[in-house]
Design a protein around this ligand. Structure first.
Ligand code: TMP
Length: 204
């Protein structure tokens, strides 16, 4: 029986996602699990090139374009990395996946939710993560962890509204998929969070 699991991690900047990903990876490796750690957008040469375009380019773009590019990178990632690994019995640990498109493009950038449903069905078919950790922090906590603390300017206030919508969309996804998406209160200490992560991982 193929028991390879597909695990994704989600959360806003400052939620501690990278720290927890490294820890989860080390725990799985210690348990003798063969895994592929990867990320989105990215994970393939084309995906990493699209990541550069998406994350570095300052030029504003239509939210449809952004979602299409995310899913173009995802299609390649599934075909070249995720599906082959799972088929070979290797676990996949992925830093962000489609929940991020719902959160950022539908939530943050107000793209129609149904557009993402269409793209998800097309690109993923039946493929869904077995388990998703969503590291939840209020936007102001995330911001305070990543930037110096001072009064936000107009641009940062607009950003704060964007991130409030991102968080609301993540929480909506978690409500829709309560058995897959584990909401982790990431305002707590790293050691408290690790105890919870270990307990969830022991039951997967
Ligand atoms: P990261 O460095 O935490 O992986 O951040 C990647 C950025 O890309 C982050 O701002 C979220 C964004 N993103 C989207 O907007 N949509 C997506 O579908 C994905 C995967 C990421």
């Amino acid at each position: 029986m193929n028991t390879a699991k597909f695990i994704t991690l989600e959360g806003m900047d400052g939620a501690g996602k990278t720290t927890h990903l490294d820890w989860i990876k080390s725990q799985l490796l210690l348990s003798g699990i063969d895994l592929v750690a990867t990320r989105e957008p990215g994970g393939t040469p084309l995906g990493e090139a699209l990541r550069q375009l998406l994350l570095i380019t300052e030029e504003s773009r239509h939210p449809d374009t952004e979602a299409l590019l995310m899913f173009a990178a995802r299609r390649e990632h599934i075909a070249k990395v995720i599906s082959p690994a799972l088929l070979a019995g290797r676990w996949v640990l992925c830093d962000r996946f489609t929940d991020a498109t719902y959160a950022y493009q539908a939530g943050g950038s107000s793209l129609q939710w149904s557009r993402i449903v269409q793209l998800e069905n097309w690109v993923q078919g039946d493929l869904q993560p077995d388990l998703t950790f969503y590291f939840d922090v209020p936007p102001e906590v995330g911001r305070a962890r990543t930037q110096q603390v001072r009064e936000p300017d107009r641009f940062e206030r607009e950003q704060a509204e964007f991130f409030a919508r991102v968080r609301a969309a993540y929480l909506r996804r978690a409500q829709e998929f309560p058995s897959r998406i584990q909401v982790i209160d990431a305002t707590r200490s790293i050691s408290e969070i690790q105890i919870q992560l270990a307990s969830i991982l022991s039951n997967i």
